[in-house]
Write a protein that binds this ligand. Structure first.
Ligand SMILES: Nc1ncnc2c1ncn2[C@@H]1O[C@H](COP(=O)(O)OP(=O)(O)OP(=O)(O)O)[C@@H](O)[C@H]1O
Ligand SMILES: [Mg+2]
Length: 257
């Protein structure tokens, strides 16, 4: 069984940054291989991780739809073809692999392919001890039930009041949608001083979050992303990356190196 970390939050708060840094830190502490899943249609985790995606799962689904539409494949062959193409879309790096979901289905759900996608992605995930899922803003992907069992849900926010309100809304929505997760961590990103806002304690209480973690606004990260550079190359003492490493320790994710 793999340990699944799913990252959610409103737009632009730092979800992909946190996802990329967590993949790096997991790998560095020997918790590898990691499967990174980019569930944002606007694929960008690849750049953060220093790799590049050619094929997305959305593209694979469209190819399968065309083949099925032309009546070119029997039931079994169709399934095998889809599975093969899903595996082809996996980007392999040294210590992690990346799969990008690409566009979600358009109007008229292609349920057959989606079911195959779901089972195949679950099967692929099972080969990795750790899976990190980066989402688009909101809970769309989680509600699509691509992945069923979330060990750790991370909701990222900025330190603003409206950001905190969004965390609260997302938390309640996740309950309404019966998204299952074992632990919840709220990350307050881009703090201008190291102090978390006072309202953190009531947010922690109302959501039942296990931990609330503050991450500083950091020029090195901002510059790296402005230049399109992979976060793998951040300096060893980067405070954001180090704080996330400490979070892994707090979550009892042991070093294996
Ligand atoms: N701690 C930080 N310090 C400085 N800049 C940061 C920090 N975290 C994220 N950023 C910057 O904020 C911007 C948005 O980050 P990111 O792409 O990770 O957000 P996101 O939540 O994934 O966005 P989207 O909703 O578009 O997917 C990026 O330019 C990134 O470099
Ligand atoms: Mg993102």
């Amino acid at each position: 069984m793999s340990y699944l970390i799913a990252i959610s939050g409103k737009g632009g708060v730092g979800k992909t940054t946190v996802a990329g840094l967590l993949v790096n830190r997991l790998v560095k502490r020997g918790c590898k291989p990691v499967l990174a899943i980019d569930a944002d249609p606007n694929t960008c985790l690849d750049r953060v991780l220093g790799v590049s995606v050619d094929k997305t799962i959305g593209g694979v689904r469209e190819e399968a739809r065309e083949i099925a539409g032309k009546g070119m494949a029997s039931g079994i062959a169709k399934r095998e073809l889809l599975e093969m193409k899903i595996e082809e879309s996996l980007v392999e790096a040294n210590d992690f692999d990346l799969i990008a979901m690409g566009r979600p289905e358009g109007p008229g759900c292609y349920c057959y392919a989606n079911n195959v996608l779901r089972t195949t992605i679950t099967a692929i995930s099972n080969h990795y001890p750790y899976v990190v899922l980066d989402n688009e803003a909101g809970l769309e992907n989680l509600s699509r039930r691509i992945i069923l069992e979330i060990d750790l849900l991370i909701i990222v926010t900025d330190p603003s009041r409206s950001g905190f309100e969004t965390v609260s809304r997302l938390y309640h929505l996740s309950r309404e949608m019966e998204i299952k997760f074992n632990r919840l961590v709220i990350i307050v990103n881009k703090l201008r001083n190291d102090k978390l806002p006072d309202s953190v304690s009531s947010l922690k209480m109302s959501t039942g979050a296990d931990l609330v973690v503050g991450l500083p606004e950091n020029t090195e990260i901002a510059e790296f992303q402005e230049d399109g550079k992979s976060l793998n190359l951040l300096s060893i003492d980067n405070p954001v990356s180090n704080r996330l490493d400490k979070l892994l320790t707090e979550l009892f994710i042991e070093r294996k190196d």
